[in-house]
Write a protein that binds this ligand. Structure first.
Ligand SMILES: [Zn+2]
Length: 312
Protein backbone atom coordinates (compact mmCIF):
# COMPACT_ATOMS: atom_id res chain seq x y z
CA UNK A 1 0.00 0.00 0.00
CA UNK A 2 2.76 2.37 1.08
CA UNK A 3 4.78 1.46 -2.01
CA UNK A 4 1.81 2.17 -4.24
CA UNK A 5 1.14 5.60 -2.76
CA UNK A 6 4.83 6.54 -3.17
CA UNK A 7 4.65 5.49 -6.82
CA UNK A 8 1.46 7.50 -7.26
CA UNK A 9 3.06 10.58 -5.68
CA UNK A 10 6.06 10.28 -7.98
CA UNK A 11 3.75 10.06 -10.99
CA UNK A 12 1.75 13.09 -9.84
CA UNK A 13 4.94 15.10 -9.37
CA UNK A 14 6.13 14.12 -12.84
CA UNK A 15 2.83 15.17 -14.39
CA UNK A 16 2.70 18.48 -12.56
CA UNK A 17 6.32 19.14 -13.49
CA UNK A 18 5.69 18.58 -17.19
CA UNK A 19 2.54 20.72 -17.13
CA UNK A 20 4.55 23.60 -15.62
CA UNK A 21 7.49 23.25 -17.98
CA UNK A 22 7.51 25.70 -20.89
CA UNK A 23 5.33 24.27 -23.66
CA UNK A 24 7.25 23.41 -26.80
CA UNK A 25 4.30 24.27 -29.00
CA UNK A 26 0.87 25.77 -28.67
CA UNK A 27 -1.78 23.99 -30.72
CA UNK A 28 -5.43 24.76 -31.48
CA UNK A 29 -7.73 21.75 -31.78
CA UNK A 30 -10.86 23.12 -33.46
CA UNK A 31 -13.94 20.88 -33.56
CA UNK A 32 -16.93 22.93 -34.66
CA UNK A 33 -19.61 20.83 -36.39
CA UNK A 34 -21.71 22.93 -38.75
CA UNK A 35 -22.71 19.61 -40.33
CA UNK A 36 -22.74 16.17 -38.67
CA UNK A 37 -21.32 16.15 -35.14
CA UNK A 38 -19.04 13.18 -34.46
CA UNK A 39 -19.19 11.30 -31.17
CA UNK A 40 -15.42 11.44 -30.69
CA UNK A 41 -15.37 15.27 -30.52
CA UNK A 42 -18.70 15.86 -28.74
CA UNK A 43 -18.88 17.24 -25.20
CA UNK A 44 -20.85 15.39 -22.56
CA UNK A 45 -21.52 16.88 -19.13
CA UNK A 46 -18.81 19.50 -19.63
CA UNK A 47 -16.07 16.87 -19.95
CA UNK A 48 -13.35 17.06 -22.63
CA UNK A 49 -14.23 15.01 -25.69
CA UNK A 50 -12.66 11.57 -26.27
CA UNK A 51 -10.26 13.06 -28.84
CA UNK A 52 -9.34 15.94 -26.51
CA UNK A 53 -8.44 13.48 -23.75
CA UNK A 54 -6.05 11.75 -26.17
CA UNK A 55 -4.48 15.10 -27.05
CA UNK A 56 -4.08 15.90 -23.35
CA UNK A 57 -2.12 12.64 -22.98
CA UNK A 58 0.07 13.57 -25.97
CA UNK A 59 0.50 17.08 -24.55
CA UNK A 60 1.73 15.77 -21.19
CA UNK A 61 4.32 13.57 -22.92
CA UNK A 62 5.46 16.03 -25.58
CA UNK A 63 5.05 19.37 -23.73
CA UNK A 64 2.36 20.51 -26.16
CA UNK A 65 -0.11 23.06 -24.93
CA UNK A 66 -3.54 22.46 -26.48
CA UNK A 67 -6.41 24.90 -26.75
CA UNK A 68 -9.74 23.19 -27.46
CA UNK A 69 -12.41 25.26 -29.18
CA UNK A 70 -15.62 25.09 -31.17
CA UNK A 71 -15.92 28.89 -31.44
CA UNK A 72 -15.47 29.92 -35.08
CA UNK A 73 -15.94 33.63 -34.29
CA UNK A 74 -12.45 33.75 -32.72
CA UNK A 75 -10.65 33.18 -36.04
CA UNK A 76 -8.59 36.27 -36.89
CA UNK A 77 -4.91 36.87 -37.74
CA UNK A 78 -4.26 37.89 -34.11
CA UNK A 79 -5.95 34.81 -32.63
CA UNK A 80 -4.22 32.39 -34.98
CA UNK A 81 -0.83 34.01 -34.38
CA UNK A 82 -0.92 32.43 -30.91
CA UNK A 83 -0.63 28.90 -32.33
CA UNK A 84 2.16 26.96 -34.03
CA UNK A 85 -0.38 24.72 -35.74
CA UNK A 86 -4.14 24.31 -36.04
CA UNK A 87 -5.85 20.91 -36.05
CA UNK A 88 -9.32 20.62 -37.60
CA UNK A 89 -11.93 17.96 -36.83
CA UNK A 90 -14.89 19.82 -38.25
CA UNK A 91 -17.86 19.45 -40.58
CA UNK A 92 -19.89 21.62 -42.94
CA UNK A 93 -19.76 25.29 -43.81
CA UNK A 94 -18.10 26.76 -40.73
CA UNK A 95 -19.32 30.24 -41.68
CA UNK A 96 -22.76 29.06 -40.55
CA UNK A 97 -23.77 28.13 -37.00
CA UNK A 98 -25.20 24.86 -38.28
CA UNK A 99 -25.71 21.71 -36.25
CA UNK A 100 -23.83 22.46 -33.03
CA UNK A 101 -24.96 26.13 -32.87
CA UNK A 102 -21.44 27.17 -31.89
CA UNK A 103 -20.45 30.65 -33.15
CA UNK A 104 -19.77 30.79 -36.89
CA UNK A 105 -16.47 31.75 -38.48
CA UNK A 106 -16.63 34.96 -40.49
CA UNK A 107 -15.49 34.90 -44.13
CA UNK A 108 -12.56 37.06 -42.95
CA UNK A 109 -11.81 34.44 -40.28
CA UNK A 110 -11.68 31.73 -42.96
CA UNK A 111 -9.33 33.91 -45.01
CA UNK A 112 -7.20 34.45 -41.90
CA UNK A 113 -6.81 30.67 -41.60
CA UNK A 114 -5.72 30.33 -45.25
CA UNK A 115 -3.24 33.23 -44.85
CA UNK A 116 -1.96 31.82 -41.55
CA UNK A 117 -1.00 28.54 -43.23
CA UNK A 118 0.42 30.22 -46.36
CA UNK A 119 2.51 32.43 -44.09
CA UNK A 120 4.36 29.43 -42.67
CA UNK A 121 2.31 27.76 -39.92
CA UNK A 122 0.95 24.22 -39.68
CA UNK A 123 -2.46 22.78 -40.49
CA UNK A 124 -3.58 19.24 -39.69
CA UNK A 125 -6.92 17.97 -40.97
CA UNK A 126 -8.39 14.87 -39.35
CA UNK A 127 -11.18 12.71 -40.79
CA UNK A 128 -14.12 15.09 -41.39
CA UNK A 129 -11.81 18.06 -42.00
CA UNK A 130 -12.38 16.96 -45.62
CA UNK A 131 -16.17 17.15 -45.05
CA UNK A 132 -15.77 20.86 -44.34
CA UNK A 133 -16.16 23.89 -46.65
CA UNK A 134 -17.32 21.79 -49.57
CA UNK A 135 -16.72 23.25 -53.00
CA UNK A 136 -19.65 25.45 -54.02
CA UNK A 137 -21.08 24.46 -50.64
CA UNK A 138 -22.23 21.11 -52.03
CA UNK A 139 -24.54 20.20 -49.24
CA UNK A 140 -26.39 17.61 -51.25
CA UNK A 141 -24.78 14.36 -52.22
CA UNK A 142 -25.88 14.78 -55.82
CA UNK A 143 -23.93 14.38 -59.03
CA UNK A 144 -21.73 17.42 -58.32
CA UNK A 145 -20.41 15.71 -55.24
CA UNK A 146 -18.81 13.09 -57.51
CA UNK A 147 -16.99 15.59 -59.78
CA UNK A 148 -13.47 16.91 -59.42
CA UNK A 149 -13.29 20.70 -59.52
CA UNK A 150 -9.50 21.14 -59.70
CA UNK A 151 -8.30 24.69 -59.28
CA UNK A 152 -11.84 26.02 -58.89
CA UNK A 153 -12.44 23.84 -55.82
CA UNK A 154 -13.00 25.78 -52.61
CA UNK A 155 -9.72 27.43 -51.48
CA UNK A 156 -9.92 25.46 -48.23
CA UNK A 157 -10.22 22.19 -50.19
CA UNK A 158 -7.26 23.18 -52.38
CA UNK A 159 -5.28 23.85 -49.19
CA UNK A 160 -6.33 20.58 -47.55
CA UNK A 161 -5.56 18.66 -50.75
CA UNK A 162 -8.78 16.63 -51.12
CA UNK A 163 -12.50 16.52 -50.44
CA UNK A 164 -14.90 14.00 -48.92
CA UNK A 165 -17.47 12.42 -51.23
CA UNK A 166 -19.17 9.75 -49.11
CA UNK A 167 -18.50 6.71 -46.96
CA UNK A 168 -19.87 3.19 -46.91
CA UNK A 169 -20.40 0.88 -43.94
CA UNK A 170 -17.55 0.58 -41.44
CA UNK A 171 -15.17 -2.21 -42.37
CA UNK A 172 -11.60 -3.41 -42.08
CA UNK A 173 -9.58 -1.99 -44.97
CA UNK A 174 -5.89 -2.27 -45.81
CA UNK A 175 -3.74 0.83 -46.23
CA UNK A 176 -0.33 0.69 -47.89
CA UNK A 177 2.36 2.87 -46.36
CA UNK A 178 4.04 4.84 -49.17
CA UNK A 179 6.78 6.72 -47.32
CA UNK A 180 8.35 5.29 -44.18
CA UNK A 181 10.74 8.22 -43.89
CA UNK A 182 7.95 10.61 -42.98
CA UNK A 183 7.77 11.43 -39.24
CA UNK A 184 5.55 8.93 -37.42
CA UNK A 185 5.76 6.34 -40.22
CA UNK A 186 9.30 5.09 -39.48
CA UNK A 187 8.20 2.12 -37.40
CA UNK A 188 5.03 1.14 -39.25
CA UNK A 189 4.71 -2.06 -41.25
CA UNK A 190 4.34 -1.95 -45.04
CA UNK A 191 0.56 -2.12 -44.61
CA UNK A 192 -1.91 -1.71 -41.78
CA UNK A 193 -5.56 -2.60 -41.49
CA UNK A 194 -8.33 -1.94 -38.99
CA UNK A 195 -12.01 -1.21 -38.83
CA UNK A 196 -12.93 2.39 -39.57
CA UNK A 197 -15.48 4.55 -41.29
CA UNK A 198 -13.29 4.95 -44.37
CA UNK A 199 -13.84 8.05 -46.47
CA UNK A 200 -14.09 7.97 -50.24
CA UNK A 201 -12.28 11.16 -51.30
CA UNK A 202 -11.87 13.21 -54.47
CA UNK A 203 -10.20 16.24 -55.99
CA UNK A 204 -6.71 15.46 -54.79
CA UNK A 205 -4.39 18.43 -55.18
CA UNK A 206 -1.80 17.19 -57.74
CA UNK A 207 0.99 18.46 -55.46
CA UNK A 208 0.26 16.17 -52.51
CA UNK A 209 2.88 13.81 -51.13
CA UNK A 210 0.88 10.64 -50.55
CA UNK A 211 1.67 8.78 -47.32
CA UNK A 212 -0.95 6.02 -47.33
CA UNK A 213 -3.14 4.51 -50.07
CA UNK A 214 -6.32 2.58 -49.33
CA UNK A 215 -7.00 -0.63 -51.22
CA UNK A 216 -10.24 0.22 -53.00
CA UNK A 217 -11.86 -1.40 -54.97
CA UNK A 218 -11.41 -4.45 -52.72
CA UNK A 219 -13.66 -2.86 -50.12
CA UNK A 220 -17.37 -3.42 -49.77
CA UNK A 221 -19.92 -0.96 -51.11
CA UNK A 222 -20.35 1.42 -54.08
CA UNK A 223 -18.38 4.23 -52.35
CA UNK A 224 -15.20 2.19 -52.86
CA UNK A 225 -15.76 0.94 -56.41
CA UNK A 226 -12.87 2.96 -57.78
CA UNK A 227 -9.11 2.58 -58.11
CA UNK A 228 -6.93 2.85 -54.98
CA UNK A 229 -6.66 6.42 -53.67
CA UNK A 230 -4.78 8.33 -50.96
CA UNK A 231 -6.04 8.24 -47.37
CA UNK A 232 -3.19 10.26 -45.79
CA UNK A 233 -0.89 12.90 -47.29
CA UNK A 234 1.23 15.99 -46.71
CA UNK A 235 1.75 19.09 -48.82
CA UNK A 236 3.05 22.61 -48.60
CA UNK A 237 0.83 25.67 -48.90
CA UNK A 238 3.07 28.67 -49.51
CA UNK A 239 5.51 28.50 -46.62
CA UNK A 240 3.14 26.41 -44.48
CA UNK A 241 2.83 22.70 -43.86
CA UNK A 242 -0.45 20.82 -44.38
CA UNK A 243 -1.19 17.25 -43.29
CA UNK A 244 -4.41 15.27 -43.71
CA UNK A 245 -5.54 11.81 -42.72
CA UNK A 246 -8.99 10.42 -43.39
CA UNK A 247 -8.75 8.33 -40.21
CA UNK A 248 -10.22 9.24 -36.84
CA UNK A 249 -13.93 8.41 -36.82
CA UNK A 250 -13.96 5.64 -34.22
CA UNK A 251 -12.86 5.87 -30.58
CA UNK A 252 -10.75 2.72 -31.01
CA UNK A 253 -8.93 4.34 -33.92
CA UNK A 254 -7.90 7.17 -31.58
CA UNK A 255 -6.35 4.62 -29.21
CA UNK A 256 -4.79 2.59 -32.06
CA UNK A 257 -0.95 2.79 -31.90
CA UNK A 258 -0.66 3.22 -35.69
CA UNK A 259 -3.05 6.18 -35.74
CA UNK A 260 -1.37 7.70 -32.69
CA UNK A 261 2.10 7.35 -34.22
CA UNK A 262 0.91 8.99 -37.45
CA UNK A 263 -0.78 11.81 -35.53
CA UNK A 264 2.19 12.54 -33.25
CA UNK A 265 4.55 12.48 -36.25
CA UNK A 266 2.26 14.87 -38.12
CA UNK A 267 2.33 17.35 -35.24
CA UNK A 268 6.13 17.20 -35.04
CA UNK A 269 6.34 17.83 -38.78
CA UNK A 270 3.67 20.55 -38.93
CA UNK A 271 5.31 22.43 -36.05
CA UNK A 272 8.77 22.10 -37.67
CA UNK A 273 10.38 19.95 -35.01
CA UNK A 274 11.41 17.75 -37.94
CA UNK A 275 11.67 18.14 -41.71
CA UNK A 276 10.72 15.69 -44.43
CA UNK A 277 11.05 15.45 -48.19
CA UNK A 278 7.56 15.66 -49.64
CA UNK A 279 7.79 15.63 -53.46
CA UNK A 280 4.45 15.25 -55.30
CA UNK A 281 3.84 11.50 -55.83
CA UNK A 282 0.12 11.15 -56.55
CA UNK A 283 0.40 9.76 -60.07
CA UNK A 284 3.04 7.25 -58.98
CA UNK A 285 1.49 6.08 -55.72
CA UNK A 286 -2.17 6.07 -56.77
CA UNK A 287 -2.42 6.42 -60.59
CA UNK A 288 -6.22 6.02 -60.65
CA UNK A 289 -6.92 8.35 -57.74
CA UNK A 290 -8.81 10.93 -59.80
CA UNK A 291 -11.41 8.36 -60.89
CA UNK A 292 -14.33 8.75 -58.53
CA UNK A 293 -17.10 6.27 -57.73
CA UNK A 294 -20.08 6.45 -60.05
CA UNK A 295 -22.97 8.61 -58.98
CA UNK A 296 -26.14 6.61 -58.65
CA UNK A 297 -29.24 8.79 -58.68
CA UNK A 298 -31.61 8.04 -55.83
CA UNK A 299 -34.69 6.14 -56.94
CA UNK A 300 -37.65 8.48 -57.46
CA UNK A 301 -40.33 8.20 -54.83
CA UNK A 302 -42.80 5.51 -55.74
CA UNK A 303 -45.77 6.94 -57.63
CA UNK A 304 -49.03 5.60 -56.27
CA UNK A 305 -50.57 3.24 -58.80
CA UNK A 306 -53.54 4.66 -60.69
CA UNK A 307 -56.77 3.32 -59.29
CA UNK A 308 -57.99 0.31 -61.20
CA UNK A 309 -60.92 1.11 -63.48
CA UNK A 310 -64.17 0.31 -61.80
CA UNK A 311 -65.40 -3.15 -62.72
CA UNK A 312 -68.42 -3.14 -64.88
ZN1 LIG B 1 -17.01 9.95 -39.46
Amino acid sequence: MFQKSIAFMALSLALSYSSHAAAKHKLLFFTKSSGYEHEVISYKKGQPSFAEKIFLEFGAKESWDFVFSKDGSKFSPEYLAGFDAVIFYTTGDLTTEGTDKQPAMSPAGKQALLDYVKGGKGFIGLHSASDTFHTANESKKGQDRFQNHGKVADPYICLLGGEFIMHGTQQVATNTVIDKKFPGFENLNDTFAFSEEWYSLKDFNPDIHVLTVIDAPKMEGPAYQRPAYPSTWAREEGKGRVFYTAMGHRNDVWTNPTFQSILIGAIHWATRDVDAEIPPNLTKSAPGAMTNPTYVAPKPAAVPAAPAPAAK
